[in-house]
Design a protein around this ligand. Structure first.
Ligand code: ADP
Length: 190
């Protein structure tokens, strides 16, 4: 299996790139944000629970997120591998993911991180908010809170994967095609 964590702060373009890369490598793309939004739209119990956190730009509690992610993986038993987008976002999630994949005789091949300066990201998200209909893109306060969550809880995961020799940073500034080409160079080696 090829399991890759696509990593980076909000607005780096992980979703866009994952959609392209999943086709090229025949992998299943799991975006935790998309799964939560789907559940909110369909007013499931999970959606109702997640909504209160997401609307503020806070992370959804680990237990809820981990259970959901494992269920998504288990829905695709025949997959050649996964692109994880938006997961893990905390150290507990990263540890849970390792344990979960180990039980399946698998693991994470690498974390591939899109590196983009924060100011540029805030601009992009405010722009996206004009059309995305996402409540968490709607105002700068919520966006800043998402970066605060990222900086305090998620950014440390770079260290977690660096320690395993599994971290690959990529310049995330450029055209979609340029960034895909940079990602492909790393994906091919993983
Ligand atoms: P972005 O990366 O653009 O902020 P996502 O669509 O990946 O957006 O996630 C949107 C929201 O969904 C997050 O702000 C958070 O509330 C929730 N969420 C997504 N993934 C996780 C996760 N792994 N752990 C906790 N909350 C999550």
């Amino acid at each position: 299996m090829k399991n890759i964590v696509l990593f980076g702060p909000p607005g780096t373009g992980k979703g866009t790139q994952a959609e392209i890369l999943k086709e090229k490598y025949c992998l299943k793309h799991i975006s935790t944000g998309d799964v939560f939004r789907y559940n909110i739209k369909n007013q499931t119990e999970l959606g109702m629970l997640a909504k209160s956190f997401m609307d503020k730009g806070d992370l959804v509690p680990d237990e809820v997120t981990i259970d959901m992610l494992e269920a998504e993986v288990d829905k695709n038993p025949k997959s050649k591998g996964f692109i994880f987008d938006g997961f893990p976002r905390t150290q507990s999630q990263a540890e849970a993911l390792d344990t979960f994949l180990e039980k399946k005789g698998s693991g994470i091949n690498g974390m591939v991180a899109l590196e983009v300066p924060e100011d540029l990201l805030v601009e992009r998200l405010l722009e996206r908010g004009k059309t995305s209909g996402r409540s968490d893109d709607a105002d700068e306060g919520k966006i800043r809170n998402r970066f605060n969550e990222y900086n305090t809880k998620t950014a440390i995961l770079k260290e977690f994967y660096l320690a395993k020799g599994n971290y690959h940073g990529i310049d995330g500034v450029g055209s979609i095609e340029e960034i895909t080409a940079r990602l492909v160079k790393v994906f091919d080696l993983l």
